[in-house]
Unconditional design. Structure first.
Length: 407
């Protein structure tokens, strides 16, 4: 299978996997559905050079058909990370999540002539996991997957903003699970989130650049670029903030630009989390059914005053804790009508991947369908037990998966 992938072009890599699996199991059809960037649909990708009348979005001979979530088996399989088998009139449909470290990349859909046995389902699950790595590796060489995921065109500012986000919005490790989500405004508001895992430390940030549009996206680029540069040099949290403050103040194309931010450094051995708040919405802690604001020293936004000093605070997380960071788009205007503490309590049992989407949907319900400002959400669940050992199945830790769809 891997030889077939390597011998194929990047745009044909997925088909190389599905063709091998379909032939081995005698499948009627095999398809890969990629997760839409909205987080609310799957997109069926196909190559249809001879059918000009096929419904869907086209790019030359490439066809993308959007399949919105409707609470049915496809959505259930993806959100719960469970392989589902559905009896149909023409055979048995198998839906297998395509996942890596909890990041739901898409779904493998197969129609088999006979009901699959346990061994076949295990083989399908393993192949779906391999398919995740195939997509990750080959999307570096083609725009096909990115094009398929975009159900609406991006503005220039949106394109810049997307490049500032991490390659994966979700990450599972032994001690934690995290997920971030950005619900963009009609005119991009400069929000970003980022994270990086070292051997014993998790670094993360949530930032919000002043203004909207391209100017805001460029300011965000300065802030995120500076934070990543200093983080990769191995400097501490205070030094990262000081460097970003100087860089935004010294290089912004728009005088007076600044970036609000929450920067975090979580020690995976102890659960001690250092946090620095630079003029941002305070982070929240969900613990034992209670939601509270994490008290931190106040600091100026990054870039507001070139000579500003910065102070950090810290909190020691306990197993079962959830740390939540949002941007002011979640609290502004009509979004302020959302009872955020109550909402956080109601979704406490959801995997962070589903929790951030449920929060985004709640913001849209009270403020949408078009937001006045970006709404960004970042959730870290602390489990403790930092080690190299994990119990996973086909790219996901089943013990942490959501057991159902969000209400």
């Amino acid at each position: 299978m891997l030889d077939a992938v390597e011998n194929a072009s990047p745009v044909d890599a997925v088909e190389a996997v599905t063709r091998e699996l379909g032939a081995a199991l005698g499948a009627h059809t095999v398809a890969f559905l990629i997760a839409d960037l909205s987080g609310r649909a799957l997109v069926r990708l196909a190559h249809v050079p001879l059918r000009d009348d096929a419904p869907g979005r086209r790019n030359g001979t490439e066809l993308a058909t959007v399949m919105p979530f409707d609470g049915g088996p496809m959505e259930q399989a993806l959100r719960t990370q469970t392989v589902l088998v559905v009896a149909q009139s023409d055979g048995w449909t198998v839906l297998a999540p395509v996942t890596d470290r909890g990041e739901a990349i898409g779904l493998l859909e197969m129609v088999l002539p006979n009901e699959p046995d346990r061994r076949q389902l295990e083989e399908i699950g393993r192949t779906a996991h391999v398919l995740a790595f195939v997509v990750i590796a080959n999307r570096r060489h083609t725009d096909l997957f990115e094009w398929g995921q975009r159900t609406t065109p991006f503005t220039l500012s949106g394109e810049i903003q997307r490049r500032l986000l991490p390659g994966s919005f979700t990450c599972e490790a032994s001690a934690f699970t995290l997920s971030g989500w950005l619900e963009p405004a009609a005119s991009v508001g400069g929000d970003t989130f980022d994270y990086s895992l070292a051997r014993d430390v998790l670094h993360f940030s949530v930032t919000d650049a002043m203004g909207h549009g391209v100017a805001s996206a460029l300011t965000a680029t300065l802030g995120v670029g500076s934070l990543r540069n200093s983080r990769r040099r191995g400097v501490g949290l205070l030094a990262q903030a000081e460097a970003a403050n100087a860089d935004v103040a010294g290089h912004s194309a728009v005088p007076g630009s600044f970036v609000t931010a929450v920067l975090g450094r979580l020690d995976l051995r102890t659960g001690v989390c250092a946090l620095l708040n630079a003029g941002h919405v305070p982070p929240m802690l969900v613990r034992g059914g209670d939601t509270r604001v994490v008290p931190l020293p106040g600091n100026f936004p990054l870039g507001m005053f070139a000579e500003a000093d910065y102070r950090a605070g810290e909190i020691t997380l306990r197993p079962g804790d959830r740390l939540v960071v949002v941007t002011d788009g979640v609290r502004e205007r009509n979004a302020a009508d959302l009872d955020l503490p109550a909402m956080l309590r109601s979704i406490a049992d959801l995997h962070p991947r589903e929790a951030v989407r449920a929060l985004a949907d709640a913001v849209l319900d009270v403020s949408g369908p078009t937001l006045a400002d970006d709404a960004t959400l970042f959730v870290v669940d602390w489990h403790g037990g930092h080690s190299e050992d994990r119990s996973t199945s086909a790219g996901a830790d089943q013990s942490r998966a959501s057991t159902g769809l969000p209400d």
